[in-house]
Design a protein around this ligand. Sequence first.
Ligand SMILES: [Zn+2]
Length: 372
Amino acid sequence: MSRSSPSLDTLFTWIRTESPTHDRAGVNLMMDLVVSQMQDAPVAVERISGTEGLGDVLVLRAGPQTSEPGILVMSHLDTVHPVGTIESDLPLRLEGDRLYGPGIYDMKGGAYFALEAFKDVARRGAAARPIVFLVTPDEEIGSPITRPMIEDFGRRSAYALVTEPARDGGQIVTARKGVGRFDVHVEGRPAHAGSRHKDGRNAVYEAARQILAIEAMTDYARGITTTVGMISGGTAVNTIPQHCRFPVDLRVETVADGEAVTAAILGLKPHNPDFKLTITGGMNRPPYERTAATSKLFDQAKSLASEIGFDLVSAPRVGGGSDGNFTAALGIPTLDGLGIDGDGAHTLQEYGLVSSIAPRQKLMTRLLETLR
Ligand SMILES: [Zn+2]
């Protein structure tokens, strides 16, 4: 690897520092690593204490001290993998070009080299505009504490760059679906399954009917999907259950579909007045629709990539939401998927391709130097 590439040793330390979103201490250890990474660079570091039991947020600033709209770079350092994953199911290991480990691909690899690029540009005084690098602790749960910050910095930015993983052979992301989340609680009436069956109102049974209705809202042609991925209810095998709960995941391509399906889910009624249905939630991330300004930004990135020596391709609209959805919804030209190439995000087969780090770091450097 060239001298400007991140050293794998440091990246190994990052992966060994397990940081699932709800492990505040682990996430804060990651933030400590970033603070020390920036120590000898001309970067202003602001550390904001996390709230709601979550880790801290870092706001790193560099570049010209002007009031012109700047470049916002966003990386999250929380992962979905519980502590201990690295010891058991997903050990840190290098197999050929593949570096396996929890969070390597989503998105510690991308965050690390983007911070290296940022530091390098800051040191050389080469930034084209003021740069704000936002390092967040809560992306994997929908960014509950950082969303207002992201939107606030977004409004003051000319561009947003997000280091989520690249897709299928290094493609970057210029459009994402919007994401909605709901919680459904069904309350019935408990009864003995043997002696008082008739008196019971089975909350699991009613939930099953609601789930059929919710799953039927999926419309692949319009890019709408609804998923009930978990369910809990009942207390014993011989008791008619009083309660049943399940969350709903919704993905949409347009703001209008987000509103329509949200209304349909919130408007569900019990099939029988003896059941009580309580539904909360709504759109969590708005759709990230590709605008003309984002297309122009993509074209600039593409020509920088070809100078570096690789072909930058934009992925078809992807289903997963990210913090890029928030800036894109505000009309800020947003490029996402600028992280490393690899596969297996959120799985125990997660890996990043080491060979993708150097060219992608170079691309981030050039974007920070040239985005006028
Ligand atoms: Zn991610």
